[in-house]
Write a protein that binds this ligand. Structure first.
Ligand code: NAD
Ligand code: ZN
Length: 351
């Protein structure tokens, strides 16, 4: 679990005070900031820079890659030797990149070697997560999802979680509606998959139910953003992340990981594209999802697999069926009898 968390509208201004005790002599703090904020003084002007501290603006057109993580680690080691810590400000992509680079500062080789479960050997450098989009739960989870040469898979370990998280709902204000909706749906889908999975337990259930309630408050009862929805979704994201940390996600994630690997579809939108067709597995959740889509007037991309070749379908299916824990959570120990390559291909063809 994340050992330290601060919540509050405006708490971003406390960042300097929070990180000060972690500053080591001659080792700067590095700030990974989503490039979308470059030039926005209302955010960048409040970053507490001192000494050799450095801001690196990160383009998130593509979700984080192992190569990108390795290059940033090498750059920081060459330029500074060591750092006092890395602070990430952005959506799930920046959260994962920050977690991963911070870990790789203390591990040799490529981050691709650590994609999997419990392969990291020791803590990384001090890392702070400051989300500016709500939904992925990446601020709280024990994984940093990366696209590598062979697969899209997280660095899952007890060392992966942030050392400190700062939750300031004001930072999410003004993000584009479609983006906020799709990232919010990631959270809603985390809840449905956790609460309807075979791995469910009292710990996950308590967080998942609260998260689902908060998502529904926003997406089934409003149709525009306000301060209250920013706050509700920030906590929904946290609770949804806590829920899956102790259970697992399910069909939508397994299927969308395959799609993301081959087509580069982003996580939130990819999950929504897939979830739209999962009435067989999550009837109640999908019915409410359809209500949310129409209430918020969202155009869901369609026919995304229409131009796929047989080789691409095969690759999607292989990546997806490789996600054993997700399928087992969703469909039980005998999942391979239920979800076959043929059935999955038909599902992709519908999308
Ligand atoms: P994102 O971080 O990829 O950002 C999406 C877009 O929103 C980007 O263009 C970004 O510039 C923009 N943006 C972010 N904050 C903004 C703001 N306040 N105002 C305006 N624009 C803003 O989106 P996401 O959905 O938060 O994250 C998706 C990533 O999270 C994927 O890489 C996925 O694999 C990962 N993820 C990780 C976990 C985990 O547990 N580690 C869980 C789910 C998803
Ligand atoms: Zn997700």
């Amino acid at each position: 679990m994340v050992p330290r968390v601060i919540y509050g509208r405006g708490s971003f201004d406390d960042l300097g005070e929070i990180i000060a005790p972690k500053r080591q002599a001659d080792a700067p703090f590095i700030f990974f900031i989503d490039e979308v904020f470059a030039g926005r003084e209302s955010l960048v002007g409040r970053i507490p820079l001192a000494g050799r501290d450095k801001i690196i603006f990160i383009n998130t057109t593509d979700e984080p890659k192992t190569k990108q993580v390795d290059a940033l680690r090498n750059q920081l080691q060459e330029e500074f030797g060591s750092v006092s810590g890395i602070i990430g400000v952005g959506g799930g992509s920046i959260m994962d990149l920050t977690k991963a680079v911070g870990l790789m500062m203390t591990h040799e080789g490529s981050s691709a070697q650590y994609q999997g479960w419990d392969l990291l050997k020791r803590p990384g450098v001090y890392r702070v997560g400051i989300p500016t989009l709500s939904g992925t739960g990446a601020e709280v989870s024990r994984t940093a999802v990366l696209t590598g040469p062979e697969r899209k898979l997280g660095l899952n370990s007890d060392y992966t979680t942030f050392d400190q998280v700062l939750l300031d709902p004001a930072l999410t204000k003004g993000a584009p509606t479609n983006q906020r909706f799709f990232t919010g749906m990631d959270c809603y889908i985390h809840c449905i998959e956790s609460l309807n999975g075979t791995y469910l337990n009292a710990f996950s259930k308590s967080y998942g139910e609260k998260s689902q309630e908060l998502c529904e408050e926003v997406f089934l009862h409003k149709n525009d953003w306000d301060d209250e929805s920013d706050e509700a979704l920030m906590m929904a994201s946290w609770h949804g992340g806590m829920s899956i940390a102790y259970s697992q996600v399910g069909v939508a994630h397994a299927v969308s990981y395959g799609m993301a690997f081959v087509l580069g579809t982003h996580h939130g939108v990819g999950n929504a594209i897939v979830f739209n067709y999962l009435e067989e597995y999550y009837p109640e959740g999908v019915r409410k999802f359809h209500d949310m889509i129409s209430r918020w007037g969202i155009d869901l991309p369609r026919n995304v697999c229409a131009a796929c070749t047989d080789a691409q379908f095969e690759s999607m299916i292989n990546v997806s069926l490789g996600m054993t824990p997700l399928w087992e959570n969703a469909l039980g120990k005998n999942w391979q009898r239920i979800m076959t390559a043929e059935k999955l291909r038909k599902l992709y063809e519908r999308m």
